[in-house]
Each structure stands twice: as C-alpha cells, then as structure tokens.
Design a binder for this molecule. Structure first.
Ligand code: PLP
Length: 436
C-alpha cells in the first residue's frame, strides 16, 4: 500500500525515543503518541500554509491544524508579525496590557449574548471556570454533560456515562474520586428524551448543561434538528444555564461560531483554539449579571499568571481581525471541505470500503462504519483498526490526519484545490490497501 519508496522515519523515531526518557510516553498530550492508530509519532519541525514538514524531511498536507486553532494555516504572516511585534515589547508582565480589552471587544462583537469575557490560557480552564460560575450563579450543584463530548480535563468533566438514562456519571480517569463526579450527570448526545428525564428527576437542582454544539471530540457529530433548541428551552424553563462549549466551533463554523449558525443564544460561551491563533488562550463570557460574579467584582475565584498574555492576545487579535475582515472565508472553507470530504467518500465507495462521513463547514470526520454516526453509541461502532490503516496509508502518501478516529479534521484558509486533489488521490491509493 502507498508509495513504492517508503517514507523515511528514522529521525522522528530517534526523537521519540529521546523524549520517552524524559516525558511520560514522550508526549505532552496523549493522542500525539499515535496510540490508537499505530506507527511512529511524527516529529514536526516546520509548517507553512496548509503544509507541515517532519524531522525526516517528509512533507504533508495538514488536516489537524493544531487540533483546530490554525484556521489561517501555519505561519500566517499577519499572525507571525503581530507576535514578533508583541515579543519585542516584552513577553509577560502579570499586569494589564491594552491588548486585552482589544481582543475582548473583538470577541464580544462576534457573540451577541456576551457582555463581558474573561481570558484564561486553555479550553480546560475556560470550561472549568464557566461551570464554577454557573454553580455560583444558580446556587445549584448538578451539571449535565454528554457522552462523547470533551470539555478539557477538569475532574468533574472527565466522566463516562453510567448505565441507563439520567444516572450519575462515573469517573473517566484514575485519580478522580467518585465524590468529585457525583454531581455530574452524563447523558447521550442528540437525545431530547434523556435531557427531559434528567430535568424531571433533578428538578431545579441542575446548575448548567454544557455541550459541544457541534461535537468535534467523538469525531464530527452535528446536532439533530431541533436538539439545541430543546436544550435551550429545557434549561430556560428550569432556571438552569446553557453553556455552549465553542472551544472548537467558535470562529470555525462562522465568525460567531455554532450559535450564529444554529441561532441559539446560550447563557455562557466557552472559547479556545482559534481565539488564540495558535498561542495558548481560552475564554468564557456571558451577560454582565453572570460574569460580574467573577473576582474581583464577585465571590467566584479564578485567576492566572499568564492569563491575557500579550503574545497570545496579539496572535488572537490578528487571527480574529483577519476573519472579521474576510467573512467570505467561511463560504470558501465550506466549499473546499465539501470537495475533499465527498471526494474521499466517493473513493471509499468505489473501493467497496465501509465508511460514512459527517461535516459541518470546515470540520469533518470520515468514520469507518455504516453510520449514520449521531452520538457516542454509534461512533463507538467504528472499525478503529481500519481507521488506523487508513491513517497510516494517508501518512505514507503525504496527508496528515488527526491521529484518532474520534477527532474532527479541519480545513483552513491556506488549503488549496491542489491539496484537495492530492488528498483524494492519496485516499484512492490508501483504500486499495485498506481491507475493511
Ligand atoms: C480542545 C477542547 C477543549 C479543551 O481545550 P484545551 O485548550 O485543550 O484545554 C475543551 N472543549 C472543547 C470543545 C475542545 O475541543
């Protein structure tokens, strides 16, 4: 399968061996170890536009985009120049800088329900803080999350669904005591009945519902028609807050995120990824009456040494400014992503490979299953071994996909028609070797 001349991997292999001596698994985030796809993790030394280069000199079309942030591609000149200019003035002060309100104003312009926004350094911090705030605002303890949605690695959010509907979640990681997840209800996604039942059973006790409005973290799974509206209605009726976790979808599906696309007004929005333009930024925002409960105005404590970091603010501001001034970029992304997704799907069909796909704008997943994939139960049925073979064959053919069946792929503004044609051609070769 793949090219006749095998891809060189010696340098990446050496670097991984070295890293393994000093870092658990050699990686600083587990999926980078390629555990679920097999093969050796690739060490990236350079990026430019839609392409990346590894330590052995191999070039790839990149569909991971740093897991979402790089909507403008690698080394976008506007972002690089903004970061360099900021660095020349000092990398961190631990005191306020003008750039923070600049980015805040820009973020607020994208999300009509947000009056105030607080910057943190990761999506994990954003969701953790938003939940603390929702509990303080409602003076309630329970939270609802959905199976297959990922909101970062805070204890109360690392939860697997218990058996049956509206049962308490169980810890999804060692080191999380049951007591820490006893107020987390884990429900199936896209199931209005389940959420109705949970709100009957825990009437006026649920502080918030947190959801990925379009899921990216079990692969791309869109909301069923009317589902987000149902979540909005049910939470509103009960006096519970709706948190849309737009860490992935914010500025990705539209400038105003999934809430613009689906016309849903949440109480709180969490952001990350694109908002930092490739540097570490997260954020949460909502109406002043909620946000003003955060310290120093209110009793909800939340802080960060590097929060609002000037380099990160500069990268975020440059990225969001570009997107605001080029809103036609979303139509372009939608078209090109449609081409690559449909093209690869057609190649699978021709080769007799069992595959289905989900796509919303520039976020998509090829699932090795009959489908349709609508929630975790259906996602779980995927042939992950077949995905692993597909992933490795694509890598051999110069295409870098996210190294897991259960992660969304992304297309950015730097991708070209040529990239798309190269990807479809690579898929044709890959399918010739993938026996499903
Ligand atoms: C990536 C992601 C997070 C976590 O963000 P980190 O910056 O990795 O901590 C939270 N929620 C969603 C929806 C994400 O995609």
């Amino acid at each position: 399968m793949g090219r006749s001349i095998a891809r060189k991997t010696e340098q990446s292999r050496k670097l991984q061996k070295r890293a393994e001596q000093f870092i658990p698994g050699g990686v600083n985030s587990p999926v980078r170890a390629f555990g679920s796809v097999g093969g050796d993790p690739v060490y990236i030394v350079r990026g430019g536009g839609s392409h990346i280069w590894d330590a052995d000199g191999n070039e790839y079309v990149d569909y991971a985009g740093s897991w979402g942030p790089l909507i403008l591609g690698h080394t976008a000149p506007t972002v690089v120049e903004a970061v360099i200019a900021a660095a020349r003035k000092g990398t961190s002060f631990g005191a306020s800088t003008p750039a923070e309100a600049d980015l805040a104003e820009l973020v607020i312009s994208a999300f009509p329900h947000i009056e105030k926004v607080r910057f943190v350094s990761s999506g994990t911090e954003a969701t953790m803080s938003a939940i603390r705030l929702a509990r303080a605002y409602t003076k309630r303890k329970y939270i609802v999350k959905f199976e297959g949605c990922y909101h970062g690695h805070a204890d109360a959010l690392l939860v697997k669904a218990g058996s049956g509907v509206a049962t308490l979640g169980i810890p999804g990681s060692a080191g999380v005591p049951e007591e820490f997840t006893q107020f987390t209800l884990a429900l199936p996604y896209n199931d209005t009945d389940a959420i109705e039942k949970a709100f009957e059973k825990f009437k006026r006790q649920i502080a918030c519902v947190i959801v990925e409005p379009v899921v990216g973290n079990m692969g791309c799974v869109p909301p069923a028609r009317g589902y987000l509206e149902a979540l909005r209605d049910i939470t509103e009726r009960d006096g519970s807050l709706l948190i849309l976790d737009e860490v992935m979808t914010g500025f990705r599906l539209a400038f105003g995120g999934a809430q613009e696309l689906y016309k849903i007004q949440p109480d709180l929005t969490t952001m990350g990824k694109i908002i930092g333009g490739g540097l570490p930024v997260g954020a949460y925002g909502g109406a002043s009456k909620i946000m003003d409960l955060v310290a120093p105005l209110g009793p909800v404590y939340q802080a960060g040494t590097l929060s609002g970091n000037p380099l990160a603010m500069a990268a975020g501001f440059a990225t969001l400014s570009y997107l605001r001034e080029h809103k036609d970029v979303y139509a372009k992304l939608d078209k090109l992503a449609g081409e690559v997704v449909e093209g690869v799907a057609a190649a699978a069909k021709d080769a007799g490979v069992t595959m289905c796909h989900n796509r919303v704008g520039s976020m998509f997943t090829w699932f090795f299953a009959e489908g349709p994939v609508t929630n975790w139960t259906t996602a779980e049925k995927c042939d992950t071994k077949a995905f692993g073979r597909f992933f490795r064959a694509m890598l051999e053919n110069g295409i870098y996909l996210p190294p897991s069946q259960f992660e969304a792929a992304f297309l950015g503004a730097a991708h070209t028609e040529r990239d798309v044609q190269q990807t479809i051609a690579a898929a044709k070769q890959a399918f010739a070797g993938v026996q499903v």
